[in-house]
Write a protein that binds this ligand. Structure first.
Ligand code: MG
Ligand code: MG
Ligand code: MG
Length: 301
């Protein structure tokens, strides 16, 4: 049995690509199942409801198992017992991480906007049927990761994949489909500060220190106006409890590509230079991978 597992703090791509990759492996005649490393966010719940697909089971460990990693290749984002598993496949669209394998593996790492874009091309290469359910999962993940094609991470391959997937998913009004997806993506009503920070938090080992950078995608920054103190307190708590050099949170207005950065930790003073009246605004910043984290690495180096 191959376990297909997306990254910790799962986003829609890491859930959808795991479900889809497990189906591709089954079509090859292998035994496979998708698993998840955490609770689904509201956008992913919306996608699975639209597709009519059940959520993957929770990952309870991968020791002694064969695994495929989807949407990451970093140990920090893998199950804690990954060292005792055999990684036999990787499908990803991030920089190559630090996983090592004992045996040759199947690896598909493309600089595109979404893991599901690669998955769709694998289905095509292998002449494997894309059902309505699978098409819905893949096009939703692509539109999520590329924020409806607006992200600088979006490539022509992502747009081409959605153009082919929409009819297979039975989607006639793409604009409406995107609008409903983005409403689910930016729905943060009732979430606590800790839940918001955790929602899309990534660990980035940097200069031999531990750093985390989260991101909350919003329809307007006003959605979190009343929570700034609590969010800052939660970032400080993580620094204290986990010995982090920095805990940062990108508050991103996806309609204007404007990000406000919250940050705590030993490296505060470096970032304070870029702030005005406690506001560190990053104009034209939608993507953590392509814009937010590269800028942070440059100024913190
Ligand atoms: Mg992801
Ligand atoms: Mg992704
Ligand atoms: Mg993301």
């Amino acid at each position: 049995m191959i376990q297909v597992v997306g990254h910790k703090n799962p986003d829609s791509d890491s859930i959808c690509s795991a479900l889809v990759a497990a189906e591709l492996l089954k079509a090859r005649g292998l035994e496979a199942k998708a698993v998840r490393q955490g609770e689904l966010n509201r956008e992913t719940q919306h996608i699975l409801a639209q597709a009519g697909v059940d959520q993957p089971e929770m990952c309870t460990g991968v020791a002694g198992e064969k695994v495929w990693l989807v949407d990451y290749s970093d140990l920090a984002q893998a199950p804690d017992d990954i060292a005792d598993a055999e990684i036999v496949g990787i499908v990803d669209h991030h920089r190559l991480g630090d996983v090592m394998t004992v045996n040759p593996l199947e690896a598909w790492i493309w600089p595109v906007g979404c893991t599901c874009t690669i998955m769709f091309n694998l289905f095509k290469m292998e002449n494997t049927e894309v059902t309505r359910e699978l098409a819905t999962l893949m096009m939703s993940a692509i539109l999520s990761d590329t924020v409806g094609f607006a992200s600088p991470t979006c490539t022509q391959k992502d747009k081409d994949a959605v153009a082919e997937l929409a009819p297979l998913a039975g989607v006639e009004d793409l604009d409406l489909f995107i609008k409903e997806l983005l409403i689910a993506k930016t729905d943060i009503q009732g979430l606590s500060a800790a839940q918001l920070v955790d929602k899309d938090l990534k660990a980035y080992p940097f200069n031999d220190r531990d750093v985390v950078v989260g991101q909350i995608e919003l329809a307007t920054l006003e959605q979190v106006d009343s929570m700034i103190d609590e969010l800052n307190a939660d970032l400080q708590r993580r620094c204290d409890e986990e010995g982090l050099a920095m805990a940062a949170l990108m508050l991103t207005d996806i309609t204007t590509s404007t990000t406000r950065l919250l940050y705590k930790g030993e490296w505060n003073a470096i970032l304070d230079q870029f702030a005005e009246n406690d506001f560190l605004m990053m104009e034209n910043t939608l993507s953590r991978k392509k814009q937010g984290w590269p800028w942070l690495q440059k100024v913190l180096a």
